[in-house]
Write a protein that binds this ligand. Structure first.
Ligand code: FES
Length: 165
């Protein structure tokens, strides 16, 4: 009997399914399924742990940030910057005054923007409107935007939470 007819007979008798390769295959499937279960658990537990133990961000304790440099903005324009983990809006008003406010709409949390054509802060989500100092003037926003204090240090424009000197 030659080698090929022997292996054909093994295949027909099912010997190859129960042969010496079977424990390796079973082990591979066990490891594969175990990794899948571990990945599922990790994907469930990770957000729970991040919620229970929030990460410390570099600016979490900081009440002052660098918002830009003099010359970044032309009058009647605004730009988004990050105050910690949240967006904020720096505006250079048409009369040349800096204003800094939170860019998180007090209605449902969309990011607001400065509209040069309206000379106002506008929320695109539901057409909410604020003044350049954050007062809610029309649309659904129920409260003003948080207002920040702006101060210059040389060419740098810094913004800090009000009440923190
Ligand atoms: S989220 Fe801004 S107006 Fe609704």
């Amino acid at each position: 009997m030659d080698g090929s007819s022997r292996s054909r007979r093994k295949a027909l008798s099912g010997e190859s399914l129960n042969g010496p390769g079977q424990p390796k295959r079973r082990r591979f499937v066990e490891i594969f399924l175990g990794a899948g279960v571990a990945a599922s658990l990790a994907s469930f537990l990770y957000p729970v742990l991040r919620y229970v133990f929030p990460p410390e961000t570099a600016e979490a304790g900081s009440d002052t940030v660098l918002a830009g440099r003099v010359g970044d903005l032309k009058p009647n324009t605004g730009k988004i910057f990050h105050f910690g983990t949240r967006p904020a809006l720096l505006i250079l008003t048409p009369d040349g005054q800096y204003s800094a406010i939170s860019a998180v709409c007090t209605h449902l949390g969309c990011t607001v923007q400065y509209r040069s054509d309206l000379r106002s802060v506008w929320c695109a989500c539901h057409n909410g409107m604020y003044t350049t100092d954050g007062r809610n003037i029309s649309g659904p926003p129920p409260r003003p935007l948080e207002k920040y204090e702006v101060f210059l240090q040389g060419e740098e424009i810094h913004v800090r939470r009000q009440g923190n000197a």
